[in-house]
Design a protein around this ligand. Structure first.
Ligand SMILES: Cc1cc2nc3c(=O)[nH]c(=O)nc-3n(C[C@H](O)[C@H](O)[C@H](O)COP(=O)(O)OP(=O)(O)OC[C@H]3O[C@@H](n4cnc5c(N)ncnc54)[C@H](O)[C@@H]3O)c2cc1C
Length: 477
């Protein structure tokens, strides 16, 4: 007890905010309730200097550190193990926006900023922050960076890694690396800021980052589209890219089973079509041009008519069956509510085998058909609830029970995973497109990652963190 007390005092002496020992349950399990752990205590640094001091103490005392932002990660990356030996650093108090550069179009934010707050603040400056995901109300910039979060805007702006220009981080020995530059060109050696993005808290603690922002669109129109099959969906993507490529902000797909679950769990969300289509696309178009807002002789804006014409063209060319086009910001929001509630609805519905995969677009149709045919043949009890960011090749390919009472998916998870992962490999895809590895997919990483690459990852980890104090048990065993 004395040792624990001394440790507590030592850490508290370098921190402004009180350390928590009790009432910390919310920090000890993951968003899905799959992983649970224990810690000595939870600390809430509010400056980079404090983070540095914490790591110096942890390094000196050989204490593992578990970094945590909003705790919305889906792979157990922010959940401690059961030993109770580690200290959890929660970053939500390290939350300043340090700078918004409206000429260079960058924002410098601290790791604990809640994504939604950054989205709103940047929006007030007539810009948009291009990282956007359904967990925006709770997830933090540090978590977005550490997991290289994707989301709905990757098709247009790229993933978090593509958007980061500079990073400030603290190494396991407490040294601060300041690489907070906003340069688009800087070939002075390794792009270490890119390496830290997606490193899941295993190489360094990210304390701040400089990220690109973009001119805020003047108008946004969303279309909920009924489409026959995956081939037509991909043809629609290509056609839209050639007709209005610069206007496509997001391109999402949703299968019938996932829509049924969303409308069952959230009956107040209105259905775009009376009968739920087999396959739907949700596409958002935006424009940054004032000229597009001019009203033409039909009484609509030029932009509205452009999208109406594009949808008509898709119907005439037999690519899509029907489309609901939003007429107002409110309708836009309503359509997106369907997509944004997909994860939560599924969690409320019951057990799901969550698979977060990406497939090259050229192989997507073959993957989609072959995998569903084989699943249906070998596992008749399984329902494929697929949805996600088709525009960038990322599907949330979640498997659920046709009949919940049988618990078939839970009992057969290994076989189901194996079947899908083999197909992913066959079609040159990735078994973790945007959620990372955490503790959930360590075995898969070992099995499916190129062995030389994996060895190089281990070598980097061992040289940066020789005592393995940063987020042990994540990425590697
Ligand atoms: C409803 C819902 C929808 C989602 N949609 C998407 C989506 O569309 N796209 C997507 O990519 N993800 C999505 N996710 C997953 C999750 O929201 C993201 O991974 C998010 O980026 C995690 O942020 P967080 O702050 O909650 O991180 P946490 O869960 O707290 O941590 C995630 C990982 O980052 C590490 N970490 C956190 N902060 C730091 C730091 N400052 N320095 C170093 N390491 C750190 C943690 O140790 C852990 O390994 C979704 C999750 C939910 C619940």
């Amino acid at each position: 007890m004395d040792d624990k007390n001394n440790l507590f005092k030592e850490f508290q002496s370098v921190l402004k905010n009180p350390i928590m020992i009790e009432g910390i349950e919310q920090y000890l399990s993951d968003w899905r309730g799959v992983f649970e752990g224990k810690v000595k205590f939870v600390v809430f640094p509010s400056t980079t200097e404090e983070v540095s001091k914490i790591l110096k103490l942890a390094n000196k005392n050989n204490i593992p550190i578990v970094p945590q932002g909003g705790n919305t990660g889906l792979c157990g990356g922010a959940t401690p193990d059961n030993s109770g030996n580690s200290i959890l650093i929660n970053f939500t108090k390290l939350n300043n926006i340090r700078n918004i550069d409206l000429l260079g179009n960058t924002v410098t934010v601290e790791a604990g900023c809640i994504l939604e707050n950054v989205l709103n603040i940047v929006q007030e400056k007539d810009r948009i922050f291009p990282i956007n995901l359904a967990a925006k109300g709770s997830c933090t910039i540090g978590g977005n960076l550490a997991t290289n979060a994707g989301g709905i805007n990757v098709l247009k702006y790229g993933s978090t890694r593509d958007l980061v220009l500079g990073i400030e981080a603290v190494l396991p020995n407490g040294e601060v690396i300041n690489n907070l530059n906003s340069l688009h060109k800087d070939n002075t050696g390794y792009a270490l800021h890119k390496l830290l993005v997606g490193s899941e808290g295993t190489l360094a603690i990210i304390t701040a980052a400089t990220i690109r922002i973009f001119k805020k669109p003047k108008a946004s129109i969303s279309c909920f589209i009924k489409v026959k099959d995956i081939d037509k969906s991909i043809e629609t993507l290509h056609m839209l890219q050639s007709l209005v490529g610069n206007n496509i902000e997001a391109f999402e797909i949703m299968s019938k089973p996932i829509l049924e679950i969303v409308h069952k769990q959230f009956p107040k969300i209105s259905k775009p079509f009376a009968a739920i289509p087999e396959l739907s696309l949700l596409v958002e178009f935006t424009t940054t041009s004032e000229l597009d807002l001019n009203i033409d002789d039909t009484g609509e804006t030029i932009f509205q008519n452009k999208i109406i014409n594009v949808m008509s063209h898709l119907i005439e060319n037999n690519l899509i069956d029907d489309a609901v086009i939003s007429q107002s910001e409110h309708q836009n929001k309503e359509l997106w509510e369907i997509r944004e509630n997909a994860n939560i609805a599924q969690m409320q519905e019951g057990f799901q085998l969550k698979l977060d995969l990406s497939i090259p677009i050229e192989n997507m149709s073959k993957f989609w058909k072959e995998t569903s045919e084989e699943l249906k043949k070998k596992h008749t009890e399984v329902k494929i609830c697929s949805f996600g960011h088709l525009g960038d090749g990322n599907l949330h390919y979640n498997l659920m029970d046709e009949d919940k009472s049988k618990g078939y998916v839970y009992k057969n998870q290994s076989a189901l995973k194996e079947l899908v992962y083999k197909k992913i490999k066959k079609f040159n895809g990735s078994f973790s497109a945007e959620h990372g590895i955490g503790q959930l997919k360590i075995k898969e990483l070992k099995k499916y990652k190129d062995q030389n690459l994996l060895n190089l990852m281990r070598t980097i980890k061992n040289s940066v963190d020789p005592k393995n104090i940063l987020n042990p048990g994540k990425l590697f065993t």
